[in-house]
Design a protein around this ligand. Structure first.
Ligand SMILES: *Cc1c(COP(=O)(O)O)cnc(C)c1O
Length: 366
């Protein structure tokens, strides 16, 4: 039986045969070591860095939504760097998005370069180079924060023809927005800190792949380096995934209204939302994605105007990150990102659309 997104999100990772008296979602198991059988040795659970039941339930949930076996990590960066360090060796070249998550580029320019790994930076919207000699291509689509989109199927085919592995950062889209593994990617990496869990109360990352050998390497990496999320965060994340479909639906409809509002204002420039028919990413986004994320980016011209806008807004929290139930806005340049001083990434929450549009309109008018 194939269910639709709301049903899949509610049931993701729940026990197949619950026992009478059990909660719907098994509670967090707080343990470092577990009791062992002194005769036969380790069973399913021995030590929490290696195996943990609450973590396995969350991995089953994300794996069902992403369409491939999944390992969770303490943060998105822990997941992404685990993949990079488990796969790349001195002399290798990695392809990274020129406009993708800033910390990944910084890691490549620092640690990876020191390890003898070269990086080529490619804009998400292309053109893509010949991948001959590239070991791994990491795509990020939609890219954070500029929101360009790339054709995962086409780039994966070209990269595979050149012998490269393809990873996709699925943070912005979430597994209900697109399934990169089904589009031809070898591996998905993502931050679960953002829309996947959506309550701005935890950090999480994951790696999903149908390639057992590749995922096995990443699992060994995790076991030996130890960047695992704690039981309570795993449980909170799993609890939050039940509402993913509902949260995304409201975030997307809020973003549609906000993008239309911003695009119609002469005092706002560079409005990007891949769901706007006039957006350069629209055609690829609607062909590839099952829903468009609730993130809109635009330029208010200066840091001062962004500050005035955020001070005047009642429903927009000044904060980094995105994908939460509260609407937030981030002036990325304050973190040393290579964005313009007035560039804003606005993440639509799940407030009522009319309230949000009225609040944004009044704050922009100030
Ligand atoms: C936030 C983010 C990350 C890093 O995730 P953390 O959970 O903050 O470590 C990686 N990629 C993208 C696209 C992100 O937005």
């Amino acid at each position: 039986m194939s269910y639709s997104d709301g049903t899949r999100a509610v049931h993701a990772g729940l026990p197949e045969k619950p026992e009478v008296g059990d909660p719907f979602l098994p509670g967090p198991v707080f343990a470092g070591p577990f009791h062992l059988d002194p005769v036969s040795g380790p069973g399913e659970n021995d030590y929490a860095r290696t195996q943990h039941p609450t973590r396995r339930a969350l991995e089953a949930a994300i794996g069902q939504l992403e369409g491939g076996p999944t390992l969770v990590f303490a943060s998105g960066q822990a997941a992404i760097t685990a993949l990079l360090l488990a796969v790349l060796r001195p002399g290798d070249t990695v392809g990274l998005p020129a406009d993708g998550y800033f910390t990944v580029r910084a890691f490549a320019e620092g640690t990876l370069r020191e390890l003898g790994v070269s990086t080529i930076l490619v804009p998400t919207s292309g053109p893509y180079p010949d991948f001959a000699g590239v070991r791994l291509v990491l795509l990020e689509t939609p890219a954070n924060p500029g929101l360009d989109v790339c054709d995962i199927r086409a780039v994966s085919a070209a990269a595979h023809a050149a012998g490269a592995l393809v990873a996709v950062d699925n943070t912005a889209a979430t597994p209900l927005g697109q399934n990169p593994l089904a589009l031809g990617a070898d591996v998905v990496v993502a931050s679960g800190t953002k829309a996947l869990t959506g309550h701005s109360d935890l950090l999480l990352g994951y790696v999903s792949s149908g390639d057992d050998a590749l995922l096995g390497k990443v699992e060994t990496w995790r076991k030996q380096t130890g960047a695992v999320p704690g039981a309570f965060d795993c449980w909170l994340a799993h609890r939050s995934i039940a509402t993913l479909d509902l949260r995304l639906a409201r975030q997307t409809s809020n973003a549609a209204a906000v993008a239309a509002l911003l695009a119609a204002r002469p005092d706002v420039t560079g409005v990007r939302w891949p769901g706007l028919p006039s957006d350069p990413s629209y055609a690829v986004a609607v062909a590839q994605m099952r829903r468009i994320p609730g993130i809109v980016s635009f330029d208010l011209g200066s840091a001062e105007r962004v500050a005035r806008f955020l001070t005047a807004a009642s429903l927009v929290f000044a904060a980094t990150s995105f994908g939460g139930v509260h609407t937030t806005a981030d002036r990325r340049a304050q973190f040393g990102d290579d964005t313009a001083p007035g560039f804003v990434r606005l993440s639509c929450g799940i407030e009522d659309t009319a309230d949000l549009v009225a609040d944004l309109t009044a704050a922009l008018d100030v």
